[in-house]
Design a protein around this ligand. Structure first.
Ligand code: NDP
Length: 312
């Protein structure tokens, strides 16, 4: 069987991947996009998206991703089920395997595999996901304005989420599992000085309470053993994200947590012809609109790369 050769392969299907597909298809470089294990990406586990420009009434995450996909398909992007399971960027065209069984070759690759929020791993957290449990204050905080919420975590993300929520909510309970925070000094001071943020030191989450939506959280002080119940409506998990970049680590330069390093002002990686967009290379902004922006950049970079190589 002959191996399929692709001009522009896009790996991953969130806002970055679909936007790259829209631009690449319109540029005539015939993109093929593999959707991965969570078609549509992290937005498919969000309820309403109200901060994406162009949707004045808001839209739910899964519908928005279906719109993105339909728009890419309208211009001829080939969107396929399947998970890229390994790559070899040392040979050119690049070698790629899908579902451990289909071998492909690609003249350019756009990595838009995103990141996944880390979760505590409690059954109640899973059950109440999108019913009060969220991993994104900017996405979902608005629904809890005037209410009491909790944030778990102690890094910059948790500090940022708690500060953001403090603007909207009556009270924010920040659950910190040790006696100190990992966040930068500036962020720590900022969050500790907010009058409506209570920091619960040495505190671990035992259970999120509520049948159909979050009604409270049961926590335990790991120094004293004291158990407390905090009445809350929203529970925000901010214990870090993991970029989905493991299969590229032998080839692509990354920081110590696995975020892909791109050349400033572009989506170029250390491998010529491989570009990265969206959360796989962004641990600062992590928004649908910024992911879409870098997806557009990656398609333009790929198109220019192919033109320079004389691949038409
Ligand atoms: P981090 O890995 O820095 O922090 C994760 C935090 O979650 C830690 O404080 C950790 O606690 C806590 N945690 C982990 N597991 C659990 C658990 N099971 N229960 C309770 N708490 C838990 O992740 P961040 O997402 O905060 O930051 C990632 C990177 O992105 C950092 O380099 C950060 O500086 C950067 N960043 C920068 C921002 C900015 O510059 N504006 C904004 C956001 C992030 P412990 O400390 O006890 O290990």
């Amino acid at each position: 069987m002959t191996t399929e050769i692709i001009k522009c392969l896009i790996i991953g299907s969130g806002p970055a991947g679909y936007t790259a597909a829209i631009y690449a298809a319109r540029a005539g470089i015939k993109p093929i996009l593999y959707q991965g294990s969570q078609p549509g990406g992290q937005l498919t586990i969000t309820s309403d998206v109200e901060n994406y420009p162009g949707y004045p009434k808001g839209i739910n995450g899964p519908s928005m991703m279906m719109d993105f996909q339909a728009q890419a398909e309208r211009f001829g992007a080939d969107i396929r089920d399947g998970m890229v399971t390994s790559v070899d960027f040392n040979s050119y065209p690049f070698k790629v395997t899908v579902d451990e069984s289909i071998d492909l070759q690609a003249y350019s690759v756009i990595i838009s595999t995103g990141a996944s929020a880390k979760w505590l791993g409690l059954p109640s957290e899973q059950r109440l996901n999108s019913h009060g449990v969220s991993a994104c204050a900017v996405c979902d905080g608005f629904f809890y304005r005037g209410m009491e919420v909790a944030v778990v975590g102690a890094g910059d993300t948790a500090a940022e989420e708690a500060s953001y929520l403090a603007n909207l909510c009556k009270k924010v309970n920040l659950l910190v599992r040790r006696g100190e925070m990992r966040a930068s000094k500036f962020m720590q001071e900022r969050v500790q000085n907010l009058p409506n943020v209570q920091i619960w030191w040495n505190t671990e989450t035992e259970e999120i309470l509520g049948e159909h939506e979050v009604e409270g959280v049961r926590v335990r002080n790991n120094k004293t053993g004291e158990i407390s119940t905090i009445p809350i409506k929203g529970f925000f998990v901010a214990i870090g994200h993991q970029p989905n970049t493991g299969i590229f680590k032998d080839f692509i330069n990354m920081d110590e947590t696995g975020y892909i390093k791109t050349i400033a002002g572009s989506t170029k990686t250390n491998i010529e012809g491989v570009f990265a967009a969206g959360d796989a290379q962004d641990n600062v902004y992590r928004q649908a609109v910024t992911a879409a922006g870098t997806g557009c950049m990656a398609a333009l970079d790929a198109e220019r790369f192919l033109a320079m190589k004389g691949i038409h």
